[in-house]
Ligand binder design. Sequence first.
Ligand SMILES: Cc1ncc(COP(=O)(O)O)c(C=O)c1O
Length: 390
Amino acid sequence: MYNFDEIVDRKNALYSYSSKWAKNGFALSCFGEDCIPDDVIALHVADMDFKCAPVIKEAIMNVAEHGIYGYSVPSDDYYDAIKKWYLDRYELDINDYHIYHSHGTHKAIEEAVKRVTSVGDKVIVLLPSYSYHRDIDNIGRIMLGIKMHNDNGNYTIDFDEFEEACKEAKAFVLCNPQNPTGKIFSDDELIKMAYVCRFHHVVIISDEVHGDIVRSNKEFKPLVKVVGPKGIITCNGINKTFNLAGLASTYFLIKDNKLSKLYEEYHSNASPFEIAATIACYNKASDWVDELNKYLDLEIEEVVNFIHEKMPKAIVKKPEGTYILWIDFSKYGLTDAELHDVIYKEAHVIAQAGSHFDDNDQFQRFCIASPKKMVMEAFDRIAKAINSRK
Ligand SMILES: Cc1ncc(COP(=O)(O)O)c(C=O)c1O
């Protein structure tokens, strides 16, 4: 019913303002002034090149039609829509949770870290990791990175090391499904993490913004569903699931009274556009998410098979959740600079280098929620470029 194959111009369209495709954005730093190739394919940003569900556009148009866009406050419908989503998707009743609006996930995480820690405190993050350092280091806390063990693309946690870190930390930012590895933590892993964190009084800030984007044979469960709400702040939003990052509309959930007390003075302005969009997303667009997941299932299958066949030295696993491919190119034996040239200068593809997530540029992250034709073209070019180096 929805056309995820449609190629939508985000590069030159007047009202796009897409940072991913902008000539003055990241592309400029990759290629230099006046050197951005016309046929560049941008796969470095975690947003999608798919139009959002028509019911969401309609909700936004209704607000636009009203003509006054003043200070706004979420209506009961907003909270009811979030509760309905959790009940329908996750069989989780969050009626007795506090729901707080946030202007983006970064903001929610930064606010949470600020409230549950003090300046100089340590905050655990599992590596490789999405860039939480700016939500932690920028406010005077110290990020304590714990490297997950990587066995050919399968990532696991060393719980002894995790427990040692918990002895000196005050908070843990968990990313589940995990960006960049695409891992969904098992119930067993979540139970162990929560047990250790509770024992050492470490608050878990669980970033679940990719939770609705899951392969059909996998399951994501909100952390609170698996281990209960004690000591947990959950961050979620419509940004990733419904491709609305530009609206910067997220929220967080807390049931634990000790933690919700820390938010007594909290205030966040929601725009009328995001309030209307959230209501439409959660009440009317679940079929769009289901179709999106089916499209991504097939696309990921095809792209990963292509990589295995044409670039057999690249190590990549099908992500369990997210639309992110985390590829290890180290077996090609190229230097970081040579690999960069292959992907960026020769294939004209923009990825995000591994050092943004840990310390190794032989890994590259590709966000592939774009029409399949475009993504296959990108990997075809990379395969040709890398194979010509042999
Ligand atoms: C795991 C994760 N958390 C947070 C963010 C940032 O989200 P926001 O734009 O809502 O701040 C991203 C964006 O890519 C992400 O992947």
